[in-house]
Design a protein around this ligand. Structure first.
Ligand SMILES: [Fe+2]
Ligand SMILES: [Fe+2]
Ligand SMILES: [Fe+2]
Length: 324
């Protein structure tokens, strides 16, 4: 028995509400730990926007006689709070926060884009318009963060108690290696979910082999800098313990969530490589600067291709939910 497309819109609205709840949680404490005045200001500004988003979604839910999912909201709020605790103990908090925030805003951008497309199909123009408004405000926040990477890298470097930048660069490379491992995991499990949808299936397949090559490139750079496998193992433990993606976004159990999640994950990588490139530049390591430039290009291209496939993701989500 197929579900109604209107119900699917309601479900997306409830998801959006949970995402905004977590965002609120983050925006309330992020300014205190930002460690960089412009980043702090961006968070403060976005807190006001996020409050508006939450209440607009709440109104949309109420107008259709629905309510937010309290249990989902609680889980997401807890994730937001736990992240902030973790952020406080990172020595390079400004950089990590900026990369994470870019990724989180990308998740919101994707969630609203998917909601708008679903609402279009349901003939719910008012919801589609609202979703596009909110989506565009998430993009504005993404752009703000992107402009701050020079500053967040400076602040991160100042916060380090080492003057051995090369050592720091090795840690960044090892961290990136661990993030790629999680990306590979996500793509491997995700490709099964989108196997019946040709654009997404091909994209996942292509980026899976690309990500393996990226990991290889990171290993080569680490080796060139005299880094050892133990660095990679340490990073895998440190990063793996948090499980970046699933920690914030939960398990992507539908094609729609998977697409949004993958889009967010690419932005986590983009943020990481934007920092890596700048740190490598400080060290004067041309090889790693060039490697980071290649990686940034590949992750951005993948993010764009994913967004281009969102219409297929909506079809996939509706099909799997028994609507289409
Ligand atoms: Fe946001
Ligand atoms: Fe990657
Ligand atoms: Fe990637």
């Amino acid at each position: 028995m197929g579900r109604d497309i209107r119900e699917q819109v309601t479900r997306y609205l409830a998801d959006a509400h949970s995402i905004e709840e977590q965002s609120l949680q983050q925006m309330r404490s992020a300014p205190d730990i930002a460690g960089e005045p412009e980043l702090e200001r961006a968070f403060v500004e976005h807190l006001a926007e996020t409050e508006r988003h939450e209440s607009r979604i709440l109104t949309l839910l109420e107008e259709r006689g629905a309510s937010p999912s309290r249990s989902k909201d609680v889980v997401m709020r807890a994730g937001g709070a736990a992240f902030m605790l973790w952020g406080r103990i990172q020595p390079d908090t400004p950089g990590k926060l900026a990369a994470h925030a870019l990724s989180y805003e990308a998740l919101e951008w994707a969630a609203y884009d998917l909601l708008a497309r679903t609402a279009d199909r349901a003939g719910e123009g008012a919801v589609a318009d609202a979703a596009r408004d909110l989506r565009d405000e998430e993009r504005v926040m993404m752009d703000r963060i992107e402009r701050l990477f020079d500053r967040t890298v400076d602040a991160s470097l100042r916060a380090q108690d080492t003057d051995d930048l090369e050592d720091l660069l090795r840690t960044y490379l090892a961290d990136a290696h661990a993030i790629e491992a999680q990306s590979i995991q996500l793509l491997e499990s995700g490709k099964e979910m989108v196997a019946d949808y040709p654009t997404l299936a091909r994209l996942f397949e292509e980026h899976l082999s690309e990500s393996r090559a990226q990991q290889q490139l990171l290993e080569e750079r680490l080796e060139a800098l005299g880094g050892s496998w133990s660095l990679i193992k340490d990073a895998a433990m440190r990063i793996g313990a948090l499980e970046w993606g699933t920690f914030f976004f939960g398990h992507p159990d539908t094609p729609g969530k998977l697409a949004a999640f993958a889009y967010a994950f690419e932005h986590l990588e983009i943020g990481g490589y934007e920092q890596l490139r700048r740190v490598a530049f400080r060290v004067g390591d041309v090889g790693t600067v060039q490697a980071a430039e290649r990686l940034i290009k590949e992750e951005r291209r993948t993010a764009d291709k994913l967004a281009d496939a969102f219409d297929e993701a909506v079809t996939a989500a509706l099909t799997e939910a028994g609507v289409a």
